[in-house]
Design a protein around this ligand. Structure first.
Ligand code: CA
Length: 355
């Protein structure tokens, strides 16, 4: 009898605790996020049958825009529908084509979407540009119109076209550019190649230089800028970017040092990550590995590097943090270097709490 008495007491305590928890956590944003995080599976595809999805950007509505390298822009609606909403004329050869996408930070007043893409400069020559489009969003129909070129004639090539664009916490647009297979341009401050550019008050400035092919940028909780960059065959880099500094390509690689040049915070040594998009969450940088076929997690305090989903999803290109504190990644198995499954490419939602 005393046993069932104790069980009854325990059950009563549990029930009361649950009621107190429910009441105390009601209507608070953090508990809503926690519940979402707890209920969301470790990974879940939210869109499939895409063609080389290159970059992701969330609209304030929570709908997700995705660029495909061939020139198509699609919207992944919150209800799961996927629709083509834009078609940009680009030159797609090798790694070039439609790349980055960014949403104006004051989108409700300035409904602008920015795209980075490659175009033909006559013959076999390629150039890249960043353009601003006015985004007209009627229910289930978005339209890109009134193209305004923001930065033009960024050197382009079949490989090393850079292409990540994001607004920083300072409200200015940051753009990564590749060396366009001409390494000496990275050290030439008068060239737009091999740089991180910043567009400030409609003027373009070189923010940092000496880059080979930077494919990802993000900011941490202290508003510091981090960058991922492809090395030559190996020595892929994670750099902490400071304004005006020289990140060494093609003069130094890996742990090599030279006065006036910055060595990376972390590099892949003899391994190849081919790091692409990067997002910051809870002290960690999460970045996709193309050849590395892994979602990497680098803790920026301890510099411990963890590997998730190694070889399970194939090539991983973009990684962004959603408004729900979940990670969204794209596969890149149809880019000519992967082994696509029937439903590739995909956008996959990852719950970082369950990694
Ligand atoms: Ca470097």
């Amino acid at each position: 009898m005393w046993r069932s008495g104790i069980i009854l007491v325990i059950l009563t305590i549990l029930a009361v605790s649950l009621i107190i928890y429910r009441v105390s956590s009601k209507n608070t944003t953090s508990s809503t996020v926690k519940v979402t995080e707890n209920q969301t599976p470790k990974m879940e595809a939210i869109a499939q049958n895409l063609e080389v999805p290159w970059a992701l950007a969330f609209l304030p509505s929570g709908d997700l825009l995705v660029t495909e390298r061939g020139g198509v822009v699609k919207m992944v609606y919150k209800n799961g529908e996927v629709k083509i909403i834009g078609n940009i004329k680009v030159k797609q050869i090798g790694e070039s084509g439609l790349h980055g996408i960014a949403i104006h930070p004051d989108f409700s007043q300035k409904p602008y979407v920015y795209l980075y893409y490659t175009y033909s400069a006559g013959g076999e020559n390629s150039l890249n540009r960043v353009s601003r489009f006015t985004f007209e969003n009627t229910p289930h129909l978005g339209v890109f119109k009134d193209e305004q070129v923001i930065v033009d004639k960024i050197p382009g090539a079949v490989f090393h076209d850079g292409g990540r664009i994001k607004f920083g916490p300072d409200g200015f647009l940051y753009i990564t550019t590749g060396d366009a297979q001409n390494p000496s341009l990275s050290q030439d401050k008068n060239s737009l190649a091999g740089k991180i550019l910043r567009v400030k008050d409609e003027k373009v400035e070189v923010y940092s230089y000496g880059h080979r092919n930077p494919q990802g940028i993000t900011w941490d909780n202290l508003s510091r800028l981090w960058e991922t960059e492809h090395g030559q065959t190996a020595t892929d880099e994670i750099n902490l970017i400071e304004q005006g500094k020289n990140y060494g390509w093609p003069t130094i690689r890996g742990d090599e040092k030279q006065q006036g040049m910055e060595s990376p915070t972390q590099h892949s040594g003899s391994n190849t990550w081919a790091p692409a998009g990067v997002a910051f969450h809870n002290d960690s940088l999460y970045f996709g590995g193309l050849r590395g076929q892994t979602l990497f997690q680098l803790n920026i305090q301890s510099l411990e590097l963890k590997e998730h989903f190694k070889g399970q999803l194939g090539r991983i290109r973009d990684v962004v943090l959603g408004p729900d504190n979940l990670l969204y990644i794209t596969t890149s198995n149809r880019d000519g270097r992967g082994s696509p499954s029937a439903d590739d490419d995909k956008i996959i939602r990852i719950n970082p709490q369950k990694l």
